[in-house]
Design a binder for this molecule. Structure first.
Ligand code: ZN
Length: 202
């Protein structure tokens, strides 16, 4: 029977092992060709052919650095549209792409490809990040990974941003790429966003 396309989303806070999960998937994949990995060209840690994990490992894969989702579309169109072969396509750091990523992913699924979207579900404010909510809404499978809270050691699903040793303010602009010097994984209880309005029920 002809295989259909599908979308898998792997998400969670920073340090939850998303990149490690990608490398495991790449190692085990059974598609005839190596998967293509697309990521925003703003993420230049290590150059276009390397995926860096926060654990310091580097994994070599062929990547398509893309500024716009349309570039992913064009690259996939050129490579695979006429081959009628299913392909594993991994879109890393998907939260940084514009909302057009939703249309691009839907088209690639229609072409029967297996898409794995990887990205942060929440920004440092604890609010939905980019197009991740839309992508999760039509995903066939969602994996939510957790990290360990830097304060209490329990499961963490929030990303704490720290500037000069202090929790970041709600109005601080989103920074695209960060390392362990500026971010920590935290549980909801220990996630602090200075200046964020809390809902009060009266
Ligand atoms: Zn905690």
């Amino acid at each position: 029977m002809e295989k259909r396309g599908k979308l898998e989303v792997i998400t969670g806070c920073m340090f939850s092992g998303k990149t490690k999960r990608i490398t495991e998937i790449i190692a085990k994949q059974k598609f005839p060709r190596q998967p293509e990995c697309c990521k925003p060209s703003t993420d230049d840690r290590g150059g276009p052919n390397v995926i860096n994990t926060h654990e310091g490992q580097q994994v070599l894969v062929k990547t398509i650095p893309a500024q716009k989702p349309e570039e992913i579309f064009n690259a996939c169109h050129l490579h695979w549209h006429n081959t009628e072969r299913r392909q594993l396509i991994i879109i890393d750091e998907a939260q940084f792409f514009s909302e057009k990523i939703v249309d691009v992913v839907q088209l690639l699924i229609k072409w029967s490809h297996h898409i794995i979207v990887v990205g942060l579900d929440l920004d440092f404010r604890g609010e939905p990040f980019g197009s991740m909510p839309q992508l999760m809404s039509f995903a066939d499978k969602i994996t939510k990974l957790t990290a360990t809270c830097a304060v209490c050691g329990q499961k963490a699903n929030r990303t704490q941003r720290i500037i000069n040793g202090e929790p970041a303010h709600y109005e601080d602009r989103l920074v695209l790429i960060g390392g362990s010097d500026k971010y920590e994984a935290r549980c909801l209880k220990h996630h602090i966003v200075v200046g964020k309005l809390e809902i009060v029920f009266s």
